[in-house]
Design a protein around this ligand. Structure first.
Ligand SMILES: Nc1ncnc2c1ncn2[C@@H]1O[C@H](COP(=O)(O)OP(=O)(O)O)[C@@H](O)[C@H]1O
Ligand SMILES: [Mg+2]
Length: 397
């Protein structure tokens, strides 16, 4: 039976993965050219939940089947990020670990011996050699000589291609949740240019960057802008929500137990805005095989808001009081900086830091000096909390 995927699962099987035919074709055609020695870089943008990771995993599977080595590097999976200690050392280590993992997946079983030799010639120190399923996997010592180690890891993909040219049609590095790289702070620009210096020399390795970044995110300018590290050398593709019609066909196909009236479906689309994450989570929680009109869709939407807004409420509870107050100030109006300060009864200078932090984590955006909250589910959740409890869930002081 056809079912909607769970909202937390982005490794969808063929039955769960819907549409995106054009996006897959476009990305695939670009990537295929790496076989002939030109390697494009791609930046995949789009709002959270639109299906970027699911798409990358799909493309990864497709190319794995065609003997490409596709390394998937999710920055949020780094231990250091989880512990709030993200650094360039941690990133390099993560890239290395994922390359080794993918080599295993690919079935390159002699990689360790060759890599060991390669490590020796690069004069990098090993942390330890761990035995995984009978293969000795070298774990790198990062702190000792970061530069050498980083050079080694960044050259490794092209090296693998050359060493295994008979087996490997090309090497791709997919970076997901790439916006986390902003946590490098002062090191960010240098690091991007450093990456670019390698990417440029590698003829058979392609890089795909993705993350939940709005088109206004300053990182996009740093990467793809005319003065950015990859400016003019990277193609940006924006993944769009499902259209009204695609959403309708999708639900007919995968969830025909949802019996919307016409107005009920319009309300469903209005609530989810065609974003697959919201479609799937909401669709999985709606009652089945009963008629759903606009009102019952609306009532159910309010009931499931805490689940739909989980990511945002988690972020909310990690903010400080001033950051939270800025958000509630922006719930009903978009405001400039002094407008926000006025609402908070503080000087404009006193909120600079909070504004930057909120921009960095994507909870607010700014255009023409006007700040606003871009996510409608986050807004609806906060408003509903207020409606139910009479207060916003501020950090208690
Ligand atoms: N092509 C698709 N078909 C069906 N469901 C999808 C598709 N893409 C995404 N989804 C659903 O949306 C959820 C969020 O997708 P994800 O790729 O994690 O979004 P993003 O990486 O853009 O934040 C997935 O867990 C899945 O349930
Ligand atoms: Mg994702």
């Amino acid at each position: 039976m056809n079912e909607l995927a769970w909202g937390t699962n982005n490794d969808l099987n063929d039955n769960q993965f819907y549409n995106r035919v054009e996006d897959i074709r476009f990305i695939s055609d670009l990537l295929k050219s790496s076989k002939y020695g030109t390697s494009p870089s791609i930046l995949i943008t789009g709002i959270r939940g639109v299906g970027k990771s699911a798409l990358m995993k799909k493309v990864q599977k497709k190319f794995r089947d065609e003997n490409f080595l596709v390394v998937y590097i999710d920055l949020s999976s780094s231990d250091a990020y989880q512990k709030d200690e993200f650094s360039k050392e941690a990133l390099i280590e993560l890239i290395y670990d994922e390359i080794i993992k993918e080599c295993k997946e690919f079935g390159i079983t002699t990689v360790d011996k060759k890599i060991e030799k390669y490590i020796k010639t690069h004069d990098v120190t090993l942390k330890e050699i761990v035995n995984i399923k009978g293969y000795p996997v070298p774990f790198l010592w990062t702190k000792k000589n970061y530069k050498k180690l980083a050079n080694f890891v960044m050259e490794l993909p092209q090296y693998l291609y050359e060493e295994y040219a008979d087996n490997i049609n090309g090497v791709f590095l997919f970076f997901d949740e790439f916006q986390i790289i902003k946590e490098l702070g002062d090191d960010l620009t240098d690091f991007l240019w450093y990456m670019r210096s390698f990417i440029q020399k590698q003829n058979n390795v392609s890089y795909v960057f993705s993350g939940s970044m709005s088109v206004k995110d300053s990182l996009i300018e740093e990467i793809a802008g005319s003065n950015g590290a990859f400016g003019g050398r990277i193609l940006t593709i924006e993944i769009k929500p499902f259209s009204h019609e695609t959403t309708k066909n999708y639900l007919n196909d995968k969830a025909n137990y949802l019996k919307f009236t016409d107005a009920g479906f319009d309300q469903f689309y209005e609530c989810t805005k065609g974003i697959p994450f919201y479609i799937n989570v909401f669709g999985n929680l709606l009652p089945r095989n009963i008629s759903l009109d606009a009102l019952s869709v609306k009532e159910n939407f309010i009931k499931v808001l805490p689940i739909l807004a989980m990511h945002f409420s988690n972020s909310w509870f990690r903010l400080n009081l001033q950051e939270q107050k800025i958000l509630t100030a922006l719930l009903d109006d978009s405001l400039n900086r002094s407008g926000i300060a006025k609402k908070l009864n503080v000087t404009s200078g006193a909120i600079g830091r909070s504004l930057n932090r909120l921009l960095d984590i994507g909870l607010i955006e700014m255009e023409n000096n006007i700040y606003y909250m871009p996510n409608f589910v986050f807004k609806a959740w906060l408003k509903n909390e207020y409606k139910m409890k009479g207060v916003y869930p501020y950090k208690s002081i």
